[in-house]
Design a protein around this ligand. Structure first.
Ligand code: 13P
Ligand code: ZN
Length: 275
């Protein structure tokens, strides 16, 4: 199977392009990773490059030992991914202790995987465990409206979740577990990876103050759709706050509770506090 013709590669490229068109990927902003299925690895194995040297990941992910990932390259622009994926994207393989990676395809003009590789892989490790292997996509984008909100809302999971839920009835259905928020940290290393992966134990969305968002999902559509839903809700909230500091009416805690039965979701009571 030609690697570029594989369905997962096509899905990866389309998602990157969709994110770019949303305006979430200025310059090299954002990164994307996909954990390959065993059948996908087998279908392309004959076309992978001979293994090169192992490079430290910068953290330890034993739960992902031996797995293959498609990842965006550090410094690569999302706007170029659909134009020249072999330059912008890599397939990497992890070693049998989950501490090193080697490039098996892509990045033909040189370079390495995204600087956020520790966060991507630590998120994948958590999600593989808590979803029984269902989640395969981790996506980081510089989502304009969500970033703007991190300057004016308290940086708590409770406030962000509740305010975002109130902006569109579908929000508590799309992310019933809520969203996690972390205050400003230096990106690109193990510390922010640890904090983000802790949030991924219970949420599928982690917001990085003054930086962007991470989403996790089963496939490209669900993960992109989640990011899109949160970011649209943030846009509505900004429009509301721009018109008036107070809301004349909104979706109430009891309204949310009545959604639970019909939409088969459980909404944690800690997000349904009285204001
Ligand atoms: P990379 O180019 O290394 O992927 O970094 C982009 C980014 O968004 C860092 O948070
Ligand atoms: Zn970023």
């Amino acid at each position: 199977m030609r690697i570029l013709e594989s369905k997962f590669v096509q899905g990866f490229i389309k998602m990157a392009d969709d994110g770019y068109k949303q305006g979430w990927h200025e310059r090299n902003g954002g990164n994307l990773s996909y954990r390959l299925k065993e059948s996908e690895v087998e279908s392309i194995r004959a076309r992978l490059n001979a293994p090169g040297d192992w490079t430290p990941i910068g953290t330890s992910v034993p739960g992902l030992a031996g797995e293959f990932f498609m990842v965006t390259g550090t410094g690569k622009y999302f706007r170029n991914i659909s134009v020249d994926p072999e330059v912008c994207v890599a397939i990497i393989e992890l070693d049998d202790i989950g501490e090193n990676y080697r490039i098996r395809w892509g990045l033909v003009e040189g370079g390495g995987p995204t600087s956020e590789l520790p966060t991507h892989l630590m998120n994948h490790e958590v999600k593989k465990r808590v979803t029984g292997g269902r989640h395969r996509v981790i996506y980081h984008a510089h989502t304009t409206n969500t970033i703007a909100l991190t300057f004016v809302l308290p940086l708590t999971d409770e406030v962000f979740t509740r305010e975002l839920w109130e902006m569109a009835t579908e929000c508590p259905v799309v992310f019933p577990e809520g969203v996690g928020v972390i205050g400003w940290m230096v990106p690109g290393g193990r510390d922010i990876a640890i904090e983000t992966s802790k949030l991924m134990e219970k949420y599928n969305v982690a917001i990085w103050a003054h930086h962007g968002m991470f989403c996790s999902g089963e496939d490209f559509d669900l993960t992109f759709g989640l990011m899109h839903t949160v970011e649209k809700s943030a846009e509505i909230l900004i429009k509301v706050l721009s018109m008036s500091p107070t809301k004349l009416q909104t979706i109430t805690p009891d309204n949310f509770r009545s959604l639970e039965k019909d939409f088969h979701v459980e909404l944690p009571e800690r997000f349904l506090y009285e204001k």
